[in-house]
Design a protein around this ligand. Structure first.
Ligand code: FMN
Length: 171
């Protein structure tokens, strides 16, 4: 099955999770992993399973304002944060506005979020992503899933493996 994993990522964690999910999906799927700016109509042509993920910002998906805050955070001296190569692109919200309807295509949504608090407090970008996928006519193949980072924005141990296993489970 032809699959595409699309990610948005500011500090690199969602990018890493996307790569692990894709690894888990192989060899059952022919998988392409792309940052959201590169998820063009050509890349999506013939897709049968579309997996989309992004970081949780302000309890939901990244916004222009939260992207600016993340860039400022990364530029702060001693932050220890590095911006992902595609961090300053348009982002998933913009991409969804231009995504054509893909009726019947299977899909799954994921996010990264702070693991130190419950999802009720942290929010989950994957809920907004899943809603938009459904709105575009896609059929959810799995419940939205979160992968956790710590307060320093490092992926918590074991989450990379969990991402791989989640990828394996997607059909
Ligand atoms: C501006 C901003 C707002 C954030 N808001 C939340 C939030 O509401 N809930 C949460 O769990 N994490 C929040 N976080 C933490 C992000 O979820 C975390 O940085 C992200 O998952 C890391 O993914 P990335 O490395 O791909 O950017 C926020 C981070 C930033 C920069």
């Amino acid at each position: 099955m032809r699959a595409v994993v699309v990610y948005e990522s500011m500090f690199g964690n969602t990018h890493v999770v996307a790569d692990h999910i894709a690894e888990g999906m192989r060899p059952d799927h022919d998988v392409t992993v792309v940052p959201v700016d590169e998820a063009t109509a050509e890349v999506l042509a013939g897709v049968e399973l579309l997996v989309v993920g992004g970081p949780t910002h302000a309890h939901g998906m990244v916004s222009e304002a939260s992207r600016t805050s993340a860039v400022e955070m990364a530029h702060r001296p001693g932050s220890g944060l590095e911006l992902d190569p595609d961090a300053e692109g348009e982002g998933l919200r913009h991409w969804f506005h231009h995504l054509p309807k893909l009726p019947g295509v299977r899909a799954a949504a994921f996010d990264t979020r702070m693991g130190s608090v419950s999802p009720i407090v942290s929010g989950r970008a994957s809920k907004g992503i899943a809603k938009r996928l459904r709105h575009h006519g896609l059929e959810l193949a799995a419940d939205p899933e979160s992968f956790l980072v710590d307060k320093e924005n490092h992926l918590i141990e074991g989450e990379a493996l969990r991402a791989r296993e989640w990828g394996e489970s997607l059909r």
